[in-house]
Design a protein around this ligand. Structure first.
Ligand SMILES: [Zn+2]
Length: 353
């Protein structure tokens, strides 16, 4: 192999933070060969050429619970959990999921242009998604690296949420002295720091505990928030009490309906699919309609951008109309790196020939 193929990592520095998600999945070549010969009944030589053409689905590559012949492992010397095969039978797929949109379009096109053009070494798969799905994926990724037994984790979740809500601010620095997060009785908008405590305006605080609930609720009963462990009913009661439901115009009483509206609001009103760069948001609001963007719909884009761009402008636009909230389509681009797979298939089956 020429030396250049040794460089595995794709160059991602031109993408804004949080717009590319990386997945690694291992495949056992002994198992996949077994599936193609025994289950599908192919002759070894045919199986070999079919396997070379094989690309797993994006679900197989990104799912948390991989099934044979795929598996996940953090070990340095992993073994196949299905048949025990060691390293030389195992190949790695690296998958990069790029969220389509104005802030990533140029970087994505440039990256794809640079990819090796032959032999399907890197396959690009496009998938339509929407803001709701992107929100849940974001929550999912966030929840993966979370240690709920550690109290700091609620601060981390709060910081990640604020990074998405207000990307211009250097939250890493803001959080440096922060030991606790509280709801402010004074502020109507924004936040302030006082003696190691971060005070959030009620609306932001409400959203922060909603995010905390959503991230942690799958781990055990209820969700872990700054208000303690809450059931959905308790969460809704809390959000109503602090005025969050009124502020975003939710008048429903039935918990299931309230929950659906909350998710719709959250998905549509912050952009979970991409981070607006400081430059873009400083330039203001009128420029962000979707021409040239791969975003399928640009409905309300400019309105959203203005809400996000500065704390002061929020006060004028803080009342969305719930009926107009839509789940906005987003395009996802999966770049599937098959290079190691192709090399391993070749070397393993050289032994067969
Ligand atoms: Zn195996």
């Amino acid at each position: 192999m020429p030396a250049t193929t040794k460089k595995r990592e794709l160059e991602l520095k031109d993408f804004p933070p949080g717009t590319v998600t990386e997945f690694t999945t291992l495949v056992c070549l002994a198992c996949i060969f077994d599936i193609f010969t025994k289950q599908l009944g192919l002759a070894p030589r045919t199986a070999f050429s079919e396997i070379k053409r094989h690309t797993p689905t994006t679900e197989e590559l990104t799912s948390r619970s991989a099934t044979r012949p795929y598996f996940d492992s953090d070990e340095k010397h992993p073994h196949c959990p299905y048949c025990g095969s060691a390293k030389r039978w195992l190949a790695r797929f690296d998958t990069y999921c790029v969220e389509g949109g104005k802030s990533t379009d140029a970087a994505r096109r440039a990256l794809i242009k640079k990819l090796p053009a032959t032999g399907d070494q890197i396959v690009v798969v496009e998938k339509k998604s929407d803001s709701r799905a992107v929100l849940f994926e974001w929550l999912d990724t966030l929840g993966l690296n979370l240690d709920l037994s550690d109290e700091r984790c609620l601060l981390d979740v709060t910081r990640k949420y604020l990074e998405r809500r207000e990307p211009k601010t250097l939250w890493e620095e803001v959080f440096e002295p922060v030991r606790a997060v509280r709801r402010s009785n004074r502020l109507n908008e924004g936040w302030e720091i006082d003696g190691g405590r971060l005070f959030l305006a009620p609306k932001i605080y409400g959203e922060a505990i909603l995010i905390q609930y959503l991230v942690s609720r799958s781990h055990t009963h209820g969700g872990l928030t700054l208000e303690g462990r809450l059931t959905l009913m308790e969460l809704i009661r809390r959000l109503r009490y602090i005025g969050y439901l009124d502020q975003i115009g939710i008048t429903e009483r039935e918990p299931g309906e309230v929950f659906e509206k909350l998710i719709d609001h959250l998905a549509a009103n912050h952009d979970w699919s991409r981070v607006v760069s400081a430059k873009e948001s400083a330039r203001g609001t009128g420029v962000s309609t979707g021409s040239g963007s791969d975003r399928v719909s640009s409905k309300k884009t400019s309105g959203k951008a203005s809400k996000k761009s500065s704390k002061s402008s929020k006060s004028k636009t803080a009342q969305p109309e719930p009926d107009e909230i839509i789940s906005e389509p987003v395009k996802l681009y999966y770049l599937i790196d098959r290079r190691e797979f192709l090399e391993k298939v070749k070397s393993v089956y050289a032994a067969y020939a």
